[in-house]
Write a protein that binds this ligand. Structure first.
Ligand SMILES: [Zn+2]
Length: 278
């Protein structure tokens, strides 16, 4: 234990190479289950529109619009060459087929999350093998948060839209808990950028059909098997999640039914809760 020796520089080089090769392990970032299963965005950027719900004060909506632009800008500042998101013009409530960011008064109902410790949830919907649409639901209980806090929340939720899950690094913006307030300096970290960069590269190979990820090819097979299935009127899987809290029997039924729906229509994922610590 007390022997002293000089570690050759090449040793560090080898360690560095190994860490680089296994960068997923060396960082705290994580990928969402759907991304791990092979799902990906077919086209970038992801255009996002704030829902202009006139039942809120004008300022609450304009703060959200401002925060969305800032959040996109902050990711872009770190990686100017990667254009993942773009802020589009606002849309009226109940506009379908677009990616939205909205204040949600029925947050508990929409997400199944009781209590007000959750700030926001990102819902990703997919049509095999693509992530096809996202909704960022902002808990309206926090509608009066300062603009800068909204920016932090949205940076985090944007990460979820592309397949970043919660990081194990507590300083990361993708950490499950976000520190709010003027003294919080939580921001995009190296760990977050490593995650973004990993997704960018892997998404590129999936788009090009050159991915070496076996999950991606499994998913493509599933897509081919289901290519003749009619898509519309499959209902939604959200209701199952909402009411799926029964016993194991009902869970199984929900699960099987959910699988059927998943094959029929696509999949619905809602993950990405963030809590407040202070
Ligand atoms: Zn989250």
């Amino acid at each position: 234990m007390n022997s002293e020796y000089k570690t050759p520089g090449s040793f560090f080089l080898i360690v560095l190479v190994i860490l680089t090769l296994f960068s997923i392990k060396s960082f705290g970032f994580n990928l969402t289950d759907d991304f791990k299963e092979g799902f990906f965005w077919q086209n970038l950027p992801i255009n996002l529109s704030v829902v202009d719900d006139q039942s809120f004060e004008v300022e609450r909506i304009s703060n959200l619009e401002w925060a969305l632009e800032q959040a996109i800008a902050q990711w872009s500042l770190e990686a100017p060459q990667l254009e993942f998101w773009r802020a589009d013009a606002s849309v009226a409530p109940n506009t379908t087929g677009v990616n939205i960011v909205k204040w949600d008064r029925d947050f508990a109902l929409s997400t199944g999350l009781q209590g007000n410790q959750y700030l926001a949830v990102t819902v990703r919907r997919a049509v095999i093998p693509f992530i096809a649409q996202v909704e960022i639901l902002m808990n309206a209980y926090y509608v009066n948060l300062p603009k800068n806090d909204l920016v932090k929340i949205l940076i985090h939720e944007l990460g979820h839209t592309i397949g970043l899950d919660h990081s194990e690094d507590p300083s990361s913006i993708m950490s499950a808990a976000i520190r709010l307030g003027p003294y919080s300096n939580q921001s995009i970290q190296t760990d977050d950028m490593a995650g973004l960069s990993y997704i960018h590269t892997e998404m590129g190979s999936r788009q090009a059909g050159t991915s070496s990820d076996p999950a991606y090819w499994e998913l493509r097979k599933t897509q081919e098997q289901n290519s003749s299935t009619a898509l519309p009127s499959c209902g939604t899987i959200e209701d199952i999640n909402k009411h799926g809290g029964g016993g194991s029997g009902s869970f199984l039924i929900s699960f099987v039914f959910g699988l059927l729906l998943a094959f029929c229509f696509g999949k619905n994922f809602h993950l990405g809760l963030i809590k407040i610590i202070d």
